[in-house]
Design a binder for this molecule. Structure first.
Ligand code: BDR
Ligand code: CA
Length: 313
């Protein structure tokens, strides 16, 4: 039976590839809905981007809900410097004909989980955790309905990417991340420590262009745009492809290794705001609350991406 998932996202070129990977995998993943959140760019633009990606995939019955337009307590921080003004610069995708659902994204999360059986729904979090935290605060009884929350965020060994100690998704809404990691549901964190091993080298990028479908061309154009910032910053042979790791984890968890540890979120200090303090070596007696991923088989990841994405238009 397919795993029932909700994807919470701020697309974002790498979010877009994650959405496409999920949409290309209906046998394994039943996508109940996509919820957008303020993150890479503002909520309205992230929502437009999500609709465009759904149309690109041809799965136009997929429902998209707009969630929160700002973090719980902080001033919004965006990343146009990475993703471009549209958040999805690169390809020239037409404006979508499909439209957003009327329901607020947080209401959709709450209702879907309230109507679910215990442990039935998996949440895939690809952006700041605002919507998910809001849902958990409003209706704490939904936590046991969650099979797991698999999130891209944080970093420990690799440090941060928006400040020296914080990864973007956690930095933008640290209070939300704090709620999520303590909600009691199983949490799988895929941090920069993993995604920095999953580099879109020239050869891997070319494989997308060679897929021979519209999806492959669009992905090639997206990642060619978004990589320029990272290539200059890191001077690596390719840019990390973060968010699709979450979907890859659901499709093949054996591609990843990690361990159950305690992770706390820094919410007080301005200097280290949003740091994921990962007790990887077990030097405290704090309770383990997060399965913290550490390694990925990058070749298997890119092979999965091309194998699956060729199925789309
Ligand atoms: C995360 O931040 C965003 O810019 C990406 O989409 C990804 O979710 C990486 O730090
Ligand atoms: Ca994202």
């Amino acid at each position: 039976m397919a795993t029932k998932i909700i994807i919470d996202t701020d697309p974002g070129q790498d979010d877009a590839v994650a959405l496409l990977l999920a949409l290309a995998s209906p046998d394994e993943l039943e996508l109940l809905g996509i919820v957008t959140v303020a993150g890479n760019v503002g909520l309205a633009q992230n929502s437009r981007n999500a609709l465009k990606i759904v149309e690109l995939s041809g799965k136009i019955n997929t429902k998209v809900y707009a969630g929160c337009d700002r973090p719980i307590r902080r001033v919004p921080v965006t990343a146009e410097h990475v993703h471009g003004q549209s958040g999805l610069d690169g390809p020239n995708l037409p404006d979508a004909k499909i439209t957003l659902q009327d329901m607020h994204g947080v209401d959709f999360i709450v209702q879907t989980l309230q109507n679910a059986a215990p442990g039935e729904i998996t949440i895939c979090a690809l952006g700041p955790l605002t919507n998910i935290a809001m849902a958990l605060v409003r209706a704490p009884e939904i936590a046991p309905k969650i099979k797991q929350i698999v999130l891209m965020g944080g970093g420990y060994f690799e440090g941060g990417n928006i400040t020296p100690t914080a990864e973007f998704n956690i930095y933008v809404d640290p209070e939300a991340a704090d709620v999520v990691v303590h909600c009691g549901a199983p949490i799988v964190m895929i941090p920069l420590d993993v995604t920095h091993q999953a580099l879109a080298t020239k050869e891997r990028l070319a494989n997308f262009a060679d897929l021979g479908n519209k999806t492959g061309t669009a992905i090639h154009q997206m990642l060619t745009f978004s990589e320029r910032f990272d290539l200059e910053k890191y001077q690596w042979q390719g840019a990390p492809l973060h968010d699709p790791c979450v979907i890859a984890y659901l499709l093949d968890p054996d591609m990843f290794t990690g361990r159950l540890i305690n992770v706390e979120i820094e919410v007080d200090s301005e200097l280290t705001r949003g740091m994921t303090v990962a007790d990887f070596w077990g030097v405290t007696d704090r309770n383990p609350n997060v399965t913290y991923m550490r390694h990925i088989d990058a070749d298997a990841y890119y092979a999965m991406l091309t194998d699956r994405l060729v199925r789309l238009p």
